[in-house]
Design a protein around this ligand. Structure first.
Ligand code: TRH
Length: 359
């Protein structure tokens, strides 16, 4: 029975899956911490695979965005204690106006921002932002920045993550998803956009027994396109396509693989929790703002030079040869991930940092 506070999380899906992916993880983790959550989303279609049980989850209601402007819905809606405005999505004006007219005091209003390791993040985290116009003029929002250090909002981490990892049957997963894998071969997951160096990676894989597990959507399309453009040498990379899975299944893929090529925001965090070597394909921004963001992350990670170099070429920051995925490089990368994970495990997770703002 959930009798905690009531949270409204607002999410608009811009492109890709990260906005909803992060909001769904937050929703679930708040519920697991005894809270009640309404998730308002303008396009919930990805939940059919990311969280197929979403509609039946106790303590959680997934609501269509449009209903937040509907007068009949609003009149019957119990007021929330907290509003989370995810990633700068603007709350529907009618929803805000209704709350202003009917509530004695404003809910705690949190502006949840994107994840970054840049050094300005701790300075911005927690700052108030008074509203100067609109129906809620005079109310205040508060910035909440997730991050990698104790002076930020932390990272999403389930209370039972370590337990789930401990009981995970890695050998069975690998047998199920790559039954042909030779004992010396490495299993590599691919969740990316369209990395310029993808043909180079596929070229490397033609010379090894390694196997690439390709996630659906943009990664699969990118692999198919790269393969179509490769010269026919008679050697082919070992790869297979995975279907969409739910978030727990996605995590398990990362735990099972020897190297994870991840992207965006949520899967980066999941790769850290997996503790396996990983490479991040950062979400590209028009003005190349992502270059500084990538460097800041690699600095925080204390990444060895080989990992930095691989990242720069993989992300198109530098042209050149993609470093060979040697066993020595992967051992270094694994050590680096494990150390970073250990540091993170000693810090408070995001939900534990959000809750006191509300109590
Ligand atoms: O999809 P993304 O590229 O999302 C991005 C980033 O969040 C970026 O910051 C944002 O600005 C942009 O979208 C709009 O990558 P991300 O963040 O890793 O989200 C993917 C989610 O999809 C993650 O929660 C894992 C989930 N997923 C599954 O649950 N099952 C699957 O089979 C796959 C492939 C993904």
């Amino acid at each position: 029975m959930q009798n905690g506070q009531l949270w409204d999380i607002f999410c608009t899906v811009i492109d890709n899956h990260g906005d909803l992916g992060v909001c769904w993880r937050l929703t679930r983790q708040l519920r697991d911490a005894g809270q009640r959550v309404r998730l308002w989303v303008d396009d919930a279609s990805a939940l059919t695979w990311m969280a197929p049980t979403a509609a039946q989850e106790p303590g959680i209601e997934v609501k269509p965005w449009a209903q937040a402007s509907d007068a009949t819905t609003l009149a019957a809606l119990p007021p929330a204690d907290v509003w989370i405005e995810a990633f700068g999505c603007t709350l529907p004006e009618a929803f805000v106006a209704h709350a202003v007219q009917t509530s004695a005091r404003q809910p705690v209003w949190i502006n949840l921002e994107y994840l970054s390791a840049e050094d300005w993040v701790p300075r911005m985290h927690g700052l108030p932002s008074p509203l100067m116009s609109g129906p809620a003029k005079g109310w205040t929002k508060r910035f909440f920045y997730p991050g990698f250090t104790p002076d930020t909002g932390g990272l999403l981490r389930e209370y039972d993550l370590l337990e789930r990892q401990k009981t995970f049957d890695r050998a069975a997963w690998r047998q199920r998803h790559a039954p042909q894998l030779q004992p010396e071969a490495r299993l590599i997951s691919l969740f990316c956009y369209e990395p310029a160096a993808l043909p180079q990676l596929l070229g490397q894989l033609t010379r090894t027994p390694d196997h690439l597990l390709v996630t659906p959507g943009r990664p699969l399309a990118a692999v198919q396109q790269a393969l179509a453009g490769m010269p026919d040498t008679g050697h082919h990379p070992g790869w297979s396509a995975l279907p969409f899975t739910d978030q727990n299944g996605f995590d398990e893929m990362l735990w099972a693989c020897d190297l994870n090529l991840v992207r965006g925001e949520d899967s980066l965090v999941r790769a850290l929790w997996a503790g396996q070597p990983f490479v991040w394909h950062i979400y590209p921004q028009e003005d190349n703002a992502h270059h500084a963001k990538l460097e800041a992350f690699l600095n925080w990670l204390q990444a060895p030079e080989s990992l930095r170099q691989f990242h720069r070429v993989w992300n198109g920051v530098e042209r050149g040869e993609l470093l060979t995925l040697s066993p020595a490089a992967l051992t270094d990368w694994e050590m680096c991930t494990r150390t970073a994970r250990q540091r993170l495990l000693q810090q408070n997770d995001l939900v534990s940092q959000l809750r006191p703002l509300v109590m």
